[in-house]
Write a protein that binds this ligand. Structure first.
Ligand code: ATP
Ligand code: MG
Length: 287
């Protein structure tokens, strides 16, 4: 499947209404679930092993979305089949008081994947230009008041771009996924969480408060997408009303990225090869 049409590389205004929230018509759901998705996962696992062996680069996948858009399901489905050693998922919640005692990238830096690893951020530093913007959380925060200027969001976009370029230039490949769910579909999923007892635990009354700010969030997402997408660290606007499609598209995006990275099992230097040869001879003579 082609993924370019969902990719945003920056510099252009983003109007979310113009991006689809539902699956491509031409795709067969049963085929995706029974063969295309497992095939992608199998290929990803092979490339992951090489990335791990290479031990020089890492892949960071940032996931952002409105509530109930399906972040957890994407993580579960895309990560099955990968080697847990070499993969880590970090969920970012409301910052703790220790985290608030630092700049906002402090906790992000600590959670970055090591070389050789694939890291997934379930929410991320982008909350600092989303929830923080919608609820104006910087005012009254520990940030020195004179730094809370009118252009604070523009400054943050720049800081995030600089931060991501720094990471890219030091061996971390970054892709950012926005799960684009429609307001109607979110309503249905939140209702399901209330109506189906086994889903009750997922429901949080706070989700209703956030839903009331839908328009403000969409505006904040549009600005963020426009100002923080770049060719090196693109955003993908993934239609999320059909879970099977969102999961498959994300697997395709991750697979394409790993293919582009083209990790290779390192070749041993000659001296090491000779050493292996010697060891083989010793073992073969052994009982
Ligand atoms: P679920 O789908 O299970 O509800 P979730 O990602 O929404 O998953 P929650 O524990 O419900 O997890 O919510 C985490 C909350 O933390 C979100 O409301 C998010 O906006 C908030 N949050 C994350 N980072 C920040 C931040 N930097 N500043 C303020 N709030 C933040
Ligand atoms: Mg939540």
């Amino acid at each position: 499947m082609k993924t370019e049409q969902y990719r945003v590389t920056g510099g252009k205004k983003v109007i979310l209404k113009e991006y689809p929230t539902s699956a491509e018509q031409s795709l067969d759901k049963d085929k995706v679930i029974s063969s295309l998705m497992p095939e992608n996962i199998r290929k990803m696992a092979g490339l992951q092993e090489k990335l791990y062996a290479e031990n020089t680069r890492s892949l960071l996948i940032v996931l952002q979305a409105m509530d109930a858009a399906g972040k957890d399901g994407v993580i579960r489905h895309v990560m099955t089949g990968l080697n847990p050693q070499g993969t880590q998922v970090v969920s970012f919640k409301v910052p703790s008081s220790e985290e608030n005692d630092h700049d906002y990238l402090w906790r992000i830096v600590k959670a970055l994947p090591r070389r050789g690893e694939i890291g997934i951020f379930n929410r991320s530093h982008y909350e600092e230009v989303l929830v923080s913007r919608v609820h104006d959380l910087v005012r009254g925060s520990q940030l020195p008041p004179e730094l809370v200027t009118e252009d604070i969001w523009q400054k943050r976009y720049r800081q995030i771009r600089d931060f991501e370029r720094y990471l890219t230039e030091n061996g971390t490949r970054i892709i950012k996924i926005y799960l684009h769910v429609s307001k109607q579909e979110q309503r249905q999923r939140l209702l399901d969480r209330i109506n189906e007892p086994e889903k009750n635990w997922k429901f949080s009354s706070g989700d209703i408060q956030e839903r009331r700010q839908w328009k403000k969030y969409q505006d904040a997402y549009e600005q963020m997408l426009e100002h923080t997408a770049s060719p090196d660290a693109p955003w993908f606007i993934v239609p999320a009303d059909n879970k099977w499609f969102a999961r498959y598209l994300v697997s395709q995006i991750v697979l394409d990225t790993l293919k582009e990275m083209d990790p290779k099992i390192p070749e041993l230097p000659e001296s090491e090869k000779t050493m292996l040869q010697e060891c083989r001879e010793i073992l073969e003579k052994d009982e």
